[in-house]
Structures are given as C-alpha cells and as structure tokens.
Design a protein around this ligand. Structure first.
Ligand SMILES: [Zn+2]
Length: 137
C-alpha cells in the first residue's frame, strides 16, 4: 500500500520511520544512537550508517540546531512545491550532533540564514505526515 500526502505518493513507512513520525507528531524530534560506536543519525534506519550495527537506542533532541549550509530552489523540485518557490533547502545540525536536510520556515527564501545561525524545531505537517522543519531562534 502506498500512503498519500495530498499530492505526493509516499512509500509505506518502515517500523522505525513510523516510530519517528509518531514521536514527531507529539512534538518530539527523535534520532537513533548506535550502541556500539555511539554515532547518532537521521533519518531513521535499521542499522548504524557508520559501523552497520543493528543495535541502537532512541533519543529525543532538544530542538536546538544550527545552519550548516543551504541552497535556494527557484524551480520546484516537484509540482507539489510549485507555489513555494523560492524556498530554502537547508542542512541542519542538531545540538546533539545528527544532521538532517530540512527547510527553515518563517523567512523569505534564505533571508537571515548564515552558517551557524541558531535554529529551533518547528514541526509542520504535509497532509497527515509530520515534518521536522526549523525557525530562526
Ligand atoms: Zn555504529
């Protein structure tokens, strides 16, 4: 079965992604930390991307983060995003270490973004799917 997100067909989520989304819907951004090498990562997966161990522990992020890098899309990546251009796609590093690709919302394009700009988690939804986005803090 394919889940739908208003205009975008999404694959059926894995058990780890389902857990991640359920916690995010409750306002908690969680990530996984390897029990063997202690690497931490996002997005959810069933093994450590560093040492491939299947043993990990979930942790909740504080929601504090910083800008690592960004680009501004002037042409929509998907027709569902056509009314959003220009928008930023930003590499965000959580205070706890994991990085994720996200968007900084509440600004026009990339106004106010710089390397190390402090950010705060802003959970939004696309259809019925929670999405971890960020605001300037
Ligand atoms: Zn590991």
């Amino acid at each position: 079965m394919i889940g739908t997100n208003s205009q975008i067909d999404l694959p059926e989520p894995s058990p780890d992604l389902t857990r991640f989304r359920n916690r995010l819907s409750a306002g908690r951004l969680s990530f996984q930390r390897c029990d063997e090498c202690h690497d931490a990562w996002l997005p959810p997966r069933d093994h450590c991307p560093h040492c491939l161990s299947p043993a990990f522990t979930w942790e909740d992020a504080s929601g504090r983060a910083r800008v690592v890098s960004w680009v501004v899309y002037h042409r929509a990546f998907h027709p569902a995003f056509a009314d959003r251009v220009p928008y930023n796609v930003t590499v965000v590093e959580l205070a706890e270490g994991p990085r994720l690709i996200s968007n900084v919302v509440g600004i026009s394009a990339a106004d106010g973004l710089a390397i190390d700009t402090p950010l705060a988690l802003a959970v939004e939804t696309e259809g019925d799917v929670p999405v971890a986005r960020f605001r300037l803090s």
